[in-house]
Design a protein around this ligand. Structure first.
Ligand code: SF4
Length: 198
């Protein structure tokens, strides 16, 4: 039925709709079986925003943290469970937390080594970003256009361009970025990519 579960979140169909910040977090989590606080918050709220239920979220985080073999279920429950339940307003002050928009993400401290939160269009060096965009099958001209926006600190514009290049509605390199098309929220990127491909 297209719902996002602890398993379907890893499917290529779902992952291909993730903006780079979210796929970077998912990759970091898969590689390390752990994310530090800001990464946990950013990914957890994003997944909540794409419709992952609290039950599926608890399954998702438990599996991700314990499947590496170094964290026991007991330790996960003791140290991390509360954090994820809290993000779904089941613990503590029960504030209904909203998924972070790009502005919030960009206002947090930049990721240190071993951290995966933030915005790759700001935080990755141009070589790493270019390699990644090449793997995503962007052309040279498209990659230069994205890097140019990054250099001008226009990270959401860079991200919008990547969306347009990977979900083309026209064939021009000049993507008209207007209030209607400008992507300023990771969940907006996801929703738009999902509708486009469904
Ligand atoms: Fe994520 Fe926003 Fe950066 Fe795109 S511009 S990668 S949605 S934080």
């Amino acid at each position: 039925d297209g719902s996002i579960t602890a398993t379907t979140v890893y499917s290529p169909e779902v992952r291909s709709c993730f903006p780079l910040c979210a796929s970077n977090l998912l990759q970091g989590l898969s590689d390390n079986h752990h994310l530090r606080f800001n990464g946990r918050q950013q990914l957890s709220f994003f997944l909540k925003g794409i419709g992952m239920s609290v039950d599926e979220a608890m399954k998702f985080w438990t599996d991700a943290f314990t499947s590496g073999g170094s964290m026991t279920l007991e330790r996960f429950n003791k140290e991390y469970r509360y954090n994820f339940r809290h993000n779904y307003s089941l613990e503590g002050n029960r504030i209904n937390y909203k998924p972070w928009d790009c502005r919030t993400i960009l206002s947090k401290p930049r990721p240190a080594k071993g951290e995966y939160h933030g915005c790759p269009y700001r935080d990755w060096n141009p070589d790493k970003l270019a390699t990644h965009l090449t793997n995503m099958k962007l052309t040279h001209l498209e990659i230069n256009s994205v890097l140019d926006s990054c250099q001008h600190n226009e990270y959401t514009v860079a991200c919008t361009k990547v969306y347009e290049f990977t979900n083309p509605t026209n064939n021009t390199l000049e993507v008209p970025i207007t209030d209607q098309t400008h992507i300023t929220h990771p969940n907006l990127f996801f929703d738009r990519a999902r509708c486009h491909r469904d």
